[in-house]
Ligand binder design. Structure first.
Ligand SMILES: Nc1ncnc2c1ncn2[C@@H]1O[C@H](COP(=O)(O)OP(=O)(O)OP(=O)(O)O)[C@@H](O)[C@H]1O
Ligand SMILES: Cc1ncc(COP(=O)(O)O)c(N)n1
Length: 269
């Protein structure tokens, strides 16, 4: 039996709801073989980030070479990259190994406010990684940082930001509207020609830790299985909506989403 292969390059979340842990659970649920490159360890739980321990460039490079020189991958996803140096290294290695189906989730700040990307690394992200991405998945604050504008508050402002993001080189922009002040959870998809709105009802739960990671990992898993980008994004939206609908009240703070919900619901249908 063969399985499509998906690689996550991200930070470890000891709490299991975001980062590498969310990505690998998502890969598994979507029938792909997951591999990982850990860029930083975080001591994290539902109450917040209690410590960030970046890995050395040597450690990140050795993991990338170990996975890509032997196992290879059909798609990759980046999450927390922490520094400009790690971004430069990851971009170079993805080019060297000709990884074409790349999803970049430009993780900057955790829900609790902890910084997961150094301020000066944003330029490296823009120059080195975004141009080689097939799909990028910024949330509204991340889009504002990348484009250098105020945070979009309306659908019209989201559309403007999506067009500017596309000019930076990624083939598909998925601008996530989870942070919109009210109304449904609308994500905008823009491929340089057409704008699509993916809309779901806003689910009333505080347990949304790791939504962004899980969504981007689901896109990568579907791309690994050779889904077309728009199709991959639509399946990922269904996956994250199920995961949020059945989110888990674990711990005393913001609990994680339920990665098993999508498959379970499909089994019951
Ligand atoms: N309350 C909600 N109800 C329904 N969908 C939601 C809700 N919150 C977020 N989403 C959806 O979840 C996905 C992730 O979006 P979000 O804007 O939360 O990402 P993010 O801020 O990057 O996540 P993270 O906080 O993990 O970094 C998007 O498809 C978004 O529309
Ligand atoms: C290692 C890691 N990567 C990404 C996130 C973002 O997820 P969230 O904004 O839901 O905390 C996180 N908290 N930790």
């Amino acid at each position: 039996m063969t399985l499509a292969k998906a690689l996550t390059i991200a930070g470890s979340d000891s709490g299991g709801g975001a980062g590498i842990q969310a990505d690998l659970k998502t890969f598994q649920e979507l029938d792909t073989f997951g591999t990982s490159v850990i860029t930083a360890l975080t001591a994290q739980n539902t109450l917040g980030v209690h410590g960030v321990f970046p890995q050395t460039l040597e450690a990140v490079e050795a993991q990338l070479d170990a996975v890509l020189s032997d196992i290879g991958t059909d798609a990759a996803k980046t999450g927390m990259l922490f520094s400009a140096e790690i971004i430069t290294l990851v971009a170079r290695k993805l080019r060297q190994y000709e990884v074409k189906r790349l999803v970049v989730d430009p993780v900057m700040i955790a829900k609790g406010g902890a910084s997961l990307l150094q301020e000066e690394a944003v330029q490296a992200l823009i120059k080195e990684l975004l141009p080689q991405a097939m799909v990028i998945t910024p949330n509204l604050p991340e889009a504002a940082k990348i484009v250098g504008c105020e945070e979009p508050q309306t659908l019209a402002e989201m559309k403007e930001a999506a067009v500017k993001l596309h000019q930076l080189g990624p083939a598909y922009i998925v601008l996530k509207g989870g942070h919109l002040p009210s109304g449904p959870a609308i994500d905008l998809v823009y491929d340089g020609h057409e704008l699509h709105e993916l809309e779901t009802e806003r689910i009333a739960t505080k347990h949304t830790h790791g939504t962004g990671c899980t969504f981007a990992a689901a896109i990568a898993a579907e791309l690994a299985k050779e889904a077309a980008p728009l199709e991959a994004i639509q399946t990922a939206k269904a996956f994250i909506t199920a995961a949020i609908t059945h989110s888990l009240a674990i711990g005393g703070g913001i609990g994680p989403t339920n990665h098993a919900a999508y498959r379970r619901l499909a089994g019951e249908a």
